[in-house]
Design a protein around this ligand. Structure first.
Ligand code: SF4
Length: 429
């Protein structure tokens, strides 16, 4: 029986040591509060209380859409002029709001106090408030805090901050416990179920997910934990897990066929799965995904794409579009480049790819409009002006809201890029 070899990525060229243009200027991205939209859907008995302004309330309400049938599991405790002027005790107000909320919603097991720009401006100490309220409502409710403020975070960093705030309360695994694989990063339930089926077919059942679907289903963590990042924007969470003794499994991210296969292979190798069993488990979904991508390749091959820095998904997406669909990468911007967590992705990027880190929106707009790419991936705020100039755009936020990981989602992922191009071609016809 041949055992799976550890993944070693030896690219033809790669961008492992490629120079990166560092941009420091005006930002055009959503803040970390946006992460509440997918986090509250995932952790079913958690509640996110934003301590912020009416602007913050509008942002999450409009991003989440109107919820008619269910009581939402997020809200905003509004900091008003009296709080800002220091006339009211914001802590007393916050305690009162939390008391009311928990009395009305007894199903809440985990409450996040989410910091915002206004809570930072008035220097409201939410860490102290969380520990005070946790002690008050223990053991039925745990209260944690993190910041989603636009001063500190871009939109996917909210998830990183949220998960990192949970790491210290994860139970310790018992000494001598066997190797456990932990998948880290929010995945849609449908994607998680598909990965679980694949792992079961490989004979691996000791896979846990973080975050889990229920607040009290906290995975154990310790030196026996090997974690696999499912999302590329989890630098702080990754660091916090390593501080608890866990080790990262090096792999690219599960986007596209190649990324998904290498990601699964890395986990299977840690679990001691044989080569044959691994190949058998992935054969059918890989075949389905190949057939689906072949249909889109004709449309995308040779097309030029420009990524503005937004979600931190840019590098894995660029790798997928270049290697599996033959697209040409004009520029790949990312808000932050974590070289260690991104090492396997960088090695797979075509040699000579123009990489940039951080944002200077004016400079990037100049480069983008001069290059006239076939498609631009950018934030909502930039899409309309670029469309008005005749460029085709894709909102990067849609790539975070849509389930795109794994073999069975590869077709949906590629469709997110073909759809705007087809629409533009119809308009031009
Ligand atoms: S946290 Fe800051 S950037 Fe985000 S909505 Fe509130 S005020 Fe705006």
């Amino acid at each position: 029986m041949s055992v799976l070899a550890p993944i070693r990525i030896v690219p033809a060229g790669g961008c492992a040591d490629a120079p990166v243009l560092r941009e420091r200027g005006q930002h055009e991205v959503f803040c970390g509060l946006t992460g509440i939209i997918w986090l509250h859907r995932k952790i079913q008995d958690a509640f996110f209380l934003v301590v912020g302004s009416r602007t913050c309330a509008h942002l999450i309400q409009s991003a989440a859409g109107v919820m008619i049938f269910a009581e939402p599991r997020f809200a905003t405790a509004i900091i008003d002029e009296r709080d800002l002027a220091g006339l009211a005790d914001a802590n007393t107000e916050l305690d009162r709001v939390v008391q009311q909320l928990l009395a009305r919603r007894p199903e809440i097991k985990l409450l996040f106090l989410v910091g915002s720009c206004p809570s930072e401006v008035i220097k409201l100490d939410l860490a102290r408030a969380a520990s005070r309220l946790s002690a008050k409502f223990a053991p039925s409710v745990r209260v944690l805090n993190y910041s989603g403020s636009g001063i500190e975070t871009t939109f996917t960093q909210g998830e990183d901050a949220c998960l990192a705030s949970m790491v210290p309360v994860l139970p310790a695994s018992s000494p001598g416990a066997g190797t456990e694989i932990l998948i880290v990063g929010t995945l849609a339930d449908v994607v998680e179920d598909q990965f679980n089926r694949l792992f079961r077919q490989m004979g691996v059942d000791s896979v846990k997910y973080f975050p889990a679907r229920h607040a009290d289903d906290l995975p154990q963590v310790g030196s026996n934990t090997r974690f696999l990042l499912a999302q590329p924007f989890l630098a702080d969470t990754s660091k916090a897990l390593q501080e608890r003794g866990a080790k990262r499994i090096a792999a690219p991210f599960p986007l596209g066929i190649e990324g998904t296969e290498l990601w699964l292979r890395a986990a299977a190798q840690v679990a001691g799965v044989s080569q044959t069993r691994f190949e058998t488990a992935i054969a059918a979904p890989k075949q389905r995904a190949s057939a689906a991508l072949a249909r889109s390749r004709a449309l995308l091959e040779g097309k030029r794409i420009f990524f503005f820095p937004d979600s931190q998904l840019e590098i894995p997406l660029a790798r997928f579009l270049a290697r599996e669909l033959g697209m040409h990468l004009v520029e790949v911007g990312t808000p932050y480049l974590h070289r260690q967590n991104m090492a396997e992705e960088l090695a797979l990027l075509p040699a000579g790819t123009a990489l940039s880190e951080g944002q200077h929106v004016e400079n990037q707009l100049d480069r983008c409009t001069a290059a006239r790419p076939d498609i631009v991936v950018c934030g909502l705020g930039l899409a309309n002006p670029l469309e008005a100039q005749g460029l085709t755009t894709k909102w990067s936020i849609e790539l975070v809201f849509t389930p795109i990981q794994g073999f069975d989602q590869a077709a949906d992922l590629v469709e997110l890029f073909t759809r705007p191009l087809v629409r533009r071609m119809r308009l031009a016809a």
